[in-house]
Design a protein around this ligand. Structure first.
Ligand code: PDD
Length: 268
């Protein structure tokens, strides 16, 4: 990943080096902040409206007024892409609950958000997609509002560090013996009968997925790695140890909806 030089802070496009954040910013003090990561492919935003809608939902739940009305969020994304000549990668956006020169837990009645955004170049259809990723299992120690995309990511950051120590790419998190999701992606399991299983959107309990269970294929989905086959969990091989046919099929479907030229992706 390489971060591009033109970024955005509170209505202005600035050099990355010119951005500054107060030590009293509520995002910094309390993780009182929403974020979104949107994939860019061929210079086009992928699934933008979904990200826009989720941002609105998160901001609402965090009592942060939405700083982007109408198509302003889209325009800002387009400008970051254009000014950085971004072809393939991500736009990272963060909206915090502002800074008030005080460490006050509750904060003011009316919040004035702080916005930052930057563009990063990243190969979205690269080695992770081609070869699969190794993972570890870790306990899901997060707070209970995982449906909100907040910067409260310490559990995930520590899970990523454990994964790195084990030469794995990411962690798959479990709670009460059931997989919730990966540290920064959703997890899908392809069952022996060909059916797909993933955790419900709500926090309702699913019929048991345990690590002992026969798992034929596992993959993750995210703006960061799109569809990534999981080939290993905690050192145990998944399926044949190679990305499986159903995951490949889903990759192909997804890449095609992005406008990717599948004939140029030799391994698919
Ligand atoms: N993470 N689950 C978690 C905990 C995530 O952090 C993410 C994305 C997802 C996948 O959501 P989406 O398909 O909308 O990207 C699921 C982003 C990429 C990140 O934090 O970098």
């Amino acid at each position: 990943v390489s971060v591009k030089p033109i970024s955005y802070q509170n209505d202005r496009f600035v050099q990355l080096s010119e951005m500054s954040i107060s030590p009293f910013d509520r995002g910094y003090l309390f993780a009182h902040a929403a974020y979104e990561v949107t994939a860019v492919y061929h210079g086009e935003l992928i699934d933008f409206s979904g990200h826009e809608q989720r941002l609105a939902r998160t901001l609402d739940a965090l009592a942060i007024p939405n700083p982007f009305q109408g198509d302003r969020l889209l325009q800002m994304h387009h400008t970051l892409i254009a000014r950085n000549s971004l072809k393939e990668g991500l736009i990272y956006l963060q909206v915090t609950a502002g800074d008030y020169d005080l460490r006050d837990f509750a904060g003011p009645e009316t919040i004035m958000p702080n916005v930052t955004a930057f563009a990063a170049e990243k190969k979205l259809i690269g080695d992770a997609a081609r070869l699969g990723i190794s993972t570890i299992l870790s306990e899901d120690t997060r707070w209970q509002r995982r449906d909100l995309k907040t910067t409260q990511l310490l559990s995930q950051a520590l899970a990523y560090r454990s994964a790195r120590n084990a030469d794995a790419t990411t962690a798959i998190m479990c709670e009460n013996g059931l997989i919730t999701e990966a540290a920064s992606a959703n997890v899908w399991i392809v069952r022996k009968d060909g059916s797909l299983q993933t955790r419900e959107r709500s926090s309702a309990i699913l019929s048991g997925i345990t690590r002992q269970r026969a798992i034929e294929e596992v993959f993750t989905t995210s703006a960061g790695l799109l569809v990534a086959p999981v080939i290993e969990i905690d050192g145990h091989q998944i399926g044949s140890g190679q990305p499986g046919p159903i995951t490949r099929w889903i990759q192909a479907l997804y890449y095609r909806t992005m406008g990717a030229d599948l004939t140029k992706i030799g391994w698919l």
